[in-house]
Design a protein around this ligand. Sequence first.
Ligand code: PGA
Length: 254
Amino acid sequence: MRKPLVVANWKMNGDFASNEALYAALRAGLDASVSNAVDIAICPPFPYLGHSTAWLTDTPIRLGAQNVAATSNGAFTGEVSASMLADVGCHWVIIGHSERRSMYGETDADVAAKLSLALASQLSVIACVGETLQENEAGQTEAVLARQLDALVSTFAKAPAIMCVVAYEPVWAIGTGRSATPEQAQAVHCFIRAYLAGKGVSQADEIRILYGGSVKPANALSLMSMPDIDGALVGGASLVADDFLSICRASAVA
Ligand code: PGA
């Protein structure tokens, strides 16, 4: 039985006051029936990680980062290492988000390096995969995902399933308001799970596969009800406490 996981990816949004208010609203609105049934994580921008540990004290919500360096500590100006993220209280880290891949040139090799370093620092990983609209329309979805998953499989095969999460985020659904349908997403999640198993990830059945891309309160229940959709990676809707809480509630009952 895979426990659902709902992750807020705040991206580069917010400031000290708005973040504090958002955390307060989440704390006030989260009931135990939801937090017992669903793992919840918040990934704020780097400068707010330290304060976030205080804002999240005595809540079941875990802290995550949106990115991590592909190297360990040293002369890498502007980078943030896995050991630093663990040191400031992160439990999770997102790697390979399509915005990192498309805007900052992150490669599959970078994602593989980040994965190993994160796990070595005891961080649990949310590894993003997903095809562009052009790749989707050209019928290349499975080939693209296979290439992106190949960067993960040898490390996933040796790691505890609980620390390894895949997020399927079709690039055409991110921030566009056009989510994949539950059936489309289910078919891809099923492919991802089978691909992992076929590549020697023996615990593929235990690995959580999240859907991301325009998840909103209105579509969360239908997406989360699919058998291979084990939670959500939420961008825009995670900036509104009521919307994020409603997605968490939908995941709890799905
Ligand atoms: P969105 O973003 O929910 O705003 O589409 C999802 C993501 O990029 O993780």
